[in-house]
Design a binder for this molecule. Structure first.
Ligand SMILES: Nc1ncnc2c1ncn2[C@@H]1O[C@H](COP(=O)(O)OP(=O)(O)OP(=O)(O)O)[C@@H](O)[C@H]1O
Length: 230
């Protein structure tokens, strides 16, 4: 579904990622994990076309996308929730959601399943985005990415700054959209318990390179833990 081959990624002159290969299988939940600053967010920004990637290939659903602009990657079906969520604080929950439709050149109404998946957003429809809790903002950001009906949903640290009970709710929703809607999911995370409970496949990154990978159920959890802490 999404295949990265030999990419280099730069901020200005500094190369953060070199010759990275990754593959995200259709219908699976794949997590990319690793300690602070190893290049996980940069990998996602590379997929979205938000950093310079002069080398390599990114193939999505059969098409080469490395040279096309971000908005066209979104149009082709890549939904992205950045770290920090980027909710518009002065706009209502409803307006934030509608942006997901307008941004994609779409018209019309909010799909009904959005409020079924996130009842809290229905309740707070008229509330300003900035007045929601961190967990509610994360749900709003995921919902906003979903309204454009992506083929793959990419989440950058969805549990960051969120209380444990809400983390569990978010995990359940992600599993549900994966299992019931068949959506492919890619998550960057640091919260290992969350990752082990939700993912089918794991990549572990260290200084811009993959040091361990495999089916989550088959990976040695001690090795995974060690890679996250050493
Ligand atoms: N806008 C930027 N300009 C220059 N360097 C950057 C920029 N953003 C990140 N970096 C550097 O790139 C490296 C990788 O950062 P990245 O955010 O991808 O790491 P990460 O694994 O996602 O960590 P975190 O969990 O802290 O977000 C770090 O050394 C960081 O300092």
């Amino acid at each position: 579904m999404l295949k990265i081959k030999g990419i280099d990624s730069y901020y200005g002159e500094s190369r953060i990622i070199s010759s990275l290969d990754l593959e995200f299988e259709k219908g699976k939940i794949t997590c990319l994990i690793g300690r602070n600053g190893v290049g996980k967010s940069t990998t996602l920004k590379s997929i979205m076309g938000l950093v310079k990637t002069p080398e390599g290939n990114i193939c999505f659903d059969g098409d080469e996308i490395i040279k096309i602009p971000t908005y066209n990657r979104v149009k082709q079906g890549i939904g992205y929730v950045p770290q920090g969520r980027e909710i518009f604080p002065q706009m209502t929950v409803y307006e934030n959601l509608m942006l997901g439709i307008w941004a994609n050149g779409g018209k019309g109404e909010l799909p009904k399943y959005i409020y079924e998946l996130f009842p809290i957003l229905k309740r707070f429809e008229k509330r300003k985005g900035g007045d929601l809790s961190g967990g509610q903002q994360q749900q709003l950001a995921i919902a906003r990415a979903l309204v454009s009906e992506p083929k793959i949903l990419i989440l950058d640290e969805p549990t960051e700054g969120i209380q444990p009970s809400v983390i569990q709710d978010i995990g359940e929703v992600i599993k549900k959209i994966n299992k019931e809607m068949g959506l492919t999911v890619l998550i960057v995370e640091q919260y290992l318990d969350f990752v082990l409970g939700i993912s089918d496949y794991l990549y572990i990154m260290e200084k811009g390179e993959i040091i361990l990978k495999g089916n989550t159920a088959q990976l040695d959890s001690k090795k995974v833990q060690a890679a996250m802490t050493h």
